[in-house]
Design a protein around this ligand. Structure first.
Ligand code: NAP
Length: 248
């Protein structure tokens, strides 16, 4: 069955891997990105090459009008959305909280918390059977940081992902009667460009010695779990927070 999926932050990393796997199933994808138009175009081309349809949609998840527009644009192009991957997220250079600026904290929480809540809210409004929707699946991207706390690196990021875990628990109960399953993935150390944006491209490999499976994960390995939560194979799964972290 053809499905329409919106993925925030789908130009690179985990979001791109999810988009391509959806494309292999012949699904239609809203490929949201923040600023990297070239990377978003590459994701669209890869989805189409895999057999799906895709549209690149610029928008900042921390901006309410942008979030509404990314849902509108996806639905206009491909029809009603039945799955949303709440994936866009940022880190910042490693620091102790004592040295963190207000601007850093505000941006971290604006994107990772307010942004994720706005995307979840729009999902509730559009997919909820109580509001004329057909139900569906929302998959939130948390992090193992929510369990570990990320001391000396980014306790702000860890806290923002703790909020995603709690939102997943509450919203799964709030939206179950409306036919929307809400789950979260907690990736561990995954080999994407997010570590370069935090100032250390090789971070996942450096810290892999602490991972029981003794290596970083790949974006595709996280995408596999997300695709399962999007699918009807997970029809009885809601409120779950799934670690995809190699045992870390
Ligand atoms: P990534 O490689 O850095 O890619 C980030 C994606 O998010 C890009 O597509 C980027 O768009 C987009 N983005 C950033 N800020 C945005 C905003 N304000 N609005 C809309 N889109 C925005 O990240 P990743 O490693 O794939 O991580 C994806 C998610 O998994 C994040 O929530 C992250 O916290 C979580 N996670 C990752 C890891 C890991 O080790 N990689 C571990 C735990 C959790 P542009 O290309 O336009 O910049």
């Amino acid at each position: 069955m053809t499905r329409t999926i919106l993925i925030t932050g789908a130009s690179r990393g985990i979001g791109r891997a999810v988009a391509i796997q959806c494309g292999k199933r012949g699904w239609s994808i809203g490929v949201n990105y923040a600023g990297n138009q070239k990377a978003a175009g590459e994701t669209v081309a890869a989805v189409e090459a895999a057999g799906g349809k895709a549209l690149a949609i610029q928008g900042d998840v921390a901006n309410e009008a942008d979030v509404i527009r990314m849902f509108d644009t996806t639905e206009r192009a491909f029809g009603p959305i039945s799955g949303v991957v709440n994936n866009a997220g940022i880190v910042a250079p490693a620091t102790k909280l004592a040295d963190a600026s207000l601007e850093r904290l505000q941006r971290m929480f604006a994107v990772n918390v307010t942004g994720a809540y706005l995307v979840a809210r729009e999902t509730a409004r559009r997919l909820g059977t109580d509001r004329g929707g057909k139900g569906g699946s929302l998959v939130n991207l948390s992090s193992a940081a929510a369990r570990l706390g990320s001391p000396n690196e980014y306790v702000d990021y860890a806290g923002s992902k703790g909020a995603i875990d709690v939102m997943t628990i509450g919203l799964s109960k709030e939206l179950a009667p409306a036919g929307i399953r809400v789950n979260a993935i907690r990736p561990g150390l995954i080999d994407t460009e997010i570590h370069a944006s935090g100032g250390e491209p090789d971070r996942a490999f450096r810290l892999a010695v602490n991972v029981p499976l003794a290596r970083p994960g790949t974006a595709d390995e996280v995408a596999n779990a997300i695709l399962w939560l999007l699918s009807d194979e997970a029809a009885y799964v809601t409120g779950a927070i799934l670690d995809v972290s190699g045992g870390r």
